[in-house]
Write a new protein. Structure first.
Length: 109
């Protein structure tokens, strides 16, 4: 998924202003990811399991400011590891194509 497509998806979830602000504050996101790597990783793994945009919106609505910033920057700025980026990007792609993720395997509907 291209970076612009991913940014558009994140803007649907968080709003354009929140995404732009998070990018500008990437250094704060890096600090949060460094201090909370397991929490960020688990959050992205949980996000991957969501089945549609409504579930994704509900899930991210509970994020605090720090997690929102870390989540956005992990995906757009490479703040988290490449593995975490791949995990979340796959989740968005799977939901768009109608595929479900089950036990680490992708099943065609």
């Amino acid at each position: 998924m291209a970076n612009r497509e991913l940014q558009n998806e994140l803007e649907l979830l968080f709003g354009e202003e929140s995404v732009k602000l998070a990018i500008v504050q990437e250094i704060l996101a890096r600090r949060y990811v460094r201090e909370n790597p397991i929490k960020v990783r688990r959050t992205l793994e949980q996000f991957q399991k969501l089945k549609n945009i409504e579930q994704q919106k509900k899930f991210v609505a509970d994020f605090d400011k720090d997690m929102t910033r870390a989540f956005i920057c992990s995906l757009l700025c490479g703040t988290a590891s490449q593995a975490v980026l791949d995990l979340a990007t796959q989740a968005i792609g799977d939901k768009r194509s109608g595929r479900a993720v089950l036990g680490g395997r992708i099943l065609q509907k």
